[in-house]
Design a protein around this ligand. Structure first.
Ligand code: GLU
Length: 323
């Protein structure tokens, strides 16, 4: 059976979620990266993008914030484009760690494997794989071009954030060199870490992330620019990676409660993907104890449950854009 949902109902539900959770004061900005601690905590935006290119957004959806870990999805896509799904599995892996995003213990437990490109270890490993190997400028261009294609417009480096992260990324240095020891860094380790740190410092908006999510949902074609970014066969690989570890050690709880694979970042962004239907994104800086945006989680979960969408349900949906 196909359930038809009027677009007007989706718009009203997005508005409701925004109004309902805007006053929420729970959580706190990430403070281990000084720049992030100073982003205004009350910013809040929610955006949704559909495969026909329609975007609906409310609140601070044009504020450029640090993409942080959401960029791990984008660069995993680049590695999938450059090497294919089998090589990503072999060189990095696709397993949830069940541990915090920056865990060194996870690397040791996984028998010297970075596990997944969506935690720090695997993301640094992914940056080392980006081609052209040995060419920092060329690799950076490939990373930024890929994010631009996915988002439909270019991200802007937040210099202050890049400096702030570079000055404080001691744990990531340890991860990089541990992975090097295990043969899981496939280019110069310092270059890989610098590229990872820089990609985390790119500024994006909630609108851009909703479009990137919709590009994944739309089998690799950006619904707004119509650019074919990646082969449609990669969409299930990407959404499976996101659904197993997008919320770090609380991914199971998230997926159980919300029904949508989504990736968070400590900059306060969340990008959700419902294959075939839409990409949804939120931005609100205060985080819970695991580094996931409090208001963003509440809002996306509300929209999913209110409208009945669920990746794991048997019901099929169509959206009626005329109503
Ligand atoms: N740049 C951050 C770090 O490496 C990203 C963390 C995150 O967003 O989860 O710690």
């Amino acid at each position: 059976m196909i359930t038809r949902i009027p677009f007007s109902q989706i718009k009203a539900t997005i508005d409701e979620a925004y109004e309902k959770f805007k006053p929420n004061k729970d959580g706190a900005n990430a403070n281990y990266i000084p720049y992030l601690a100073n982003v205004p905590s009350d910013l809040f935006g929610l955006a949704i993008c559909f495969p026909n290119g329609t975007v609906y957004e409310v609140g601070d959806t044009k504020f450029a914030f640090g993409i942080e870990s959401v960029s791990k999805v984008h660069t995993a896509i680049l590695v999938l484009r450059q090497y294919g799904a089998a090589t990503l599995l072999e060189k990095i892996g696709a397993d949830a760690t069940g541990l915090p995003f920056n865990s060194i213990y996870a690397i040791l437990l996984e028998n010297d494997h970075p596990s997944t490109p969506l935690v720090n270890a695997g993301a640094i490993s992914a940056c080392s794989m980006v081609q052209p190997l040995g060419d920092s400028d060329g690799k950076w261009k490939a990373i930024v071009d890929n994010i631009t294609d996915l988002c439909g417009s270019a991200p802007q480096l937040i210099d202050e954030l890049y400096k702030s992260e570079s000055d404080t990324n001691f744990n990531n240095k340890a991860i990089t060199w541990l992975l090097k020891n295990y043969g899981r860094i496939y280019d110069n380790p310092d270059m890989a870490l610098d590229l990872y740190t820089r990609q985390c410092s790119l500024g994006v908006t909630a609108s851009q992330l909703a479009i990137a999510g919709a590009t994944i949902a739309n089998n690799g074609t950006n619904p707004v620019t119509k650019t074919k970014v990646f082969d449609g066969s990669l969409t299930p690989k990407i959404t499976s990676l996101i659904s197993t570890v997008g919320f770090y050690e609380h991914t199971g709880d998230w997926i159980y409660k919300s029904g949508i694979p989504a990736k968070t970042g400590v900059g306060g962004g969340i990008m959700g993907v419902l294959p075939g239907l839409f990409g949804i994104a939120s931005f609100a800086p205060p985080l819970d104890g695991s580094g996931n945006s409090v208001k963003g989680q509440l809002a996306i979960k509300y929209v999913m449950n209110k409208l009945g969408f669920n990746l794991f349900g048997a019901e099929k949906f169509e959206i009626d854009f005329d109503k």
